[in-house]
Design a protein around this ligand. Sequence first.
Ligand code: TMP
Length: 251
Amino acid sequence: MTAYSLGPLLYEGKAKRVYATDQPDLVAVEFKDEATAFNAEKRASLAGKGERNCRISALVFEWLEARGVSTHYLGVEGDRWMLVRPVKVVPIEVVVRNVAAGSLCRQLPIAPGTPLDPPLLDLYYKDDALGDPLLTEARLERLQLVSSGQLQAISELAMAVNRGLRELFGSVDLELVDFKIELGFAADGRLLLADEISPDTCRLWDRRISDQSDRIMDKDRFRQDLGGVVEAYGEVLKRVQGVCPQPRVYR
Ligand code: TMP
């Protein structure tokens, strides 16, 4: 018996479906097995990915909540469903980079693997049709997406998430190279961490492995055709489960 029933599909993204429920303050998220990269030019269905990402995300949200980060997360149900508070998503992809990789190394003369201290905060305008362009402060101001106070709150939240994630992943020998988060405003105006945090949205390198391809434990395995994507996500889940309690079941 669950305390809600599923309503209409509100939104279908590349990796998740979001449904209304019969409760106005509750939204249900289904994690899909579909994987996309390079703005969905590359696609595949990877059996078991949705379930692993749902579980990892749930444990990560609970870990962050325990460290003072407010999130949309309320609980899980079954293998691939997460219950969350509805938010108005801020159309900004917030990326924090601890080690140079990915687009940073394609766009700037920075060698992959270069430590970034202090971490680099990059903001992108969330719009697939435009290819999620990098934002500057002036562009942000021009678009009036957020106030300067909200921007300050967003960067503080991103850095708090980074500290929490480095603590979590570091404790299980996973190096947090970089990650992307999305934020949203709840009905009461609170800024909440939203979306998901999983190997789809983080770069994680296994500190127990020195080989530069073999150590990749995230969606770069899919982007670079390295194989073993779901197996790597499963290993991330296993390690995180080793230091986290069971996720709470939404009732
Ligand atoms: P990037 O190096 O491609 O800019 O990616 C930085 C981080 O953001 C990396 O951990 C992967 C994540 N990311 C997403 O979650 N979604 C995206 O659409 C992109 C481009 C990156």
